[in-house]
Design a protein around this ligand. Sequence first.
Ligand SMILES: C[S@@+](CC[C@H](N)C(=O)[O-])C[C@H]1O[C@@H](n2cnc3c(N)ncnc32)[C@H](O)[C@@H]1O
Length: 227
Amino acid sequence: MKLYESKAKVYHDWMKVMGKDYKKEAKLLAKLIKSKIAKKEISIFDLACGTGEHALSLKRLGFNVSCGDLSDEMVSIARKKLGSCKKVDMKSFKLNKKVDVITCMFNSIFYLKASKELTLMLQSCYSNLKEDGLLIIEITNPKILNKLSKSTNSWKLKDCEIIMESELRPPKLIQDFIIKDSKGTETKEKHHLNVFPLEEIKKIMKEIGFQDIETKGENKLHIITSK
Ligand SMILES: C[S@@+](CC[C@H](N)C(=O)[O-])C[C@H]1O[C@@H](n2cnc3c(N)ncnc32)[C@H](O)[C@@H]1O
């Protein structure tokens, strides 16, 4: 996907223009994590970290943070901010050391193509967590997505414009992107997202052995579970 690869810098600017507040989101995560884990030193792995903004904010909040993404470009941008970032596939990653917390933010799990891939991702998370470790997945509440059905949005960035047409064809969310640069050159791409029903996510979590599954939030939903 170009938006996460050759256009990863565009993604970064787009999030800024969108007003996505990574610091605020990281503070919320920190509060959530501290309410569940009563340890001084807490290790976090941010999976599918994108440009590393959540990881950076969490690090600044005092956590021991590492992160990883599938896209080389994202990894390279995050590495500049954090010193290190691993190239990982969320379906089959193995960390050198198990961690207290794995976070996977902003609908990244919707890039998994089917339940089988979601199962592989959740199994990988399970095996990379310490005993009693915490997994936090953030998705847009499927209830809200289901209301969207069809929409067009556009954003003017520093060097280009992004136009996004979204259409929900359950369980798929199809996003057609046009990125127009200052010379008028258009880059087009289609994202096929899988809006997994909440019940399906919870069912697979339980089958793998995750416990105490709960959800918090309204528009943005945190699915929290422990090993
Ligand atoms: C919507 S972006 C979210 C990025 C970041 N978490 C954020 O909040 O900005 C989705 C991210 O998932 C990554 N991704 C997609 N498939 C992946 C996979 N199989 N393994 C790891 N990362 C993946 C993409 O490269 C992209 O950075």
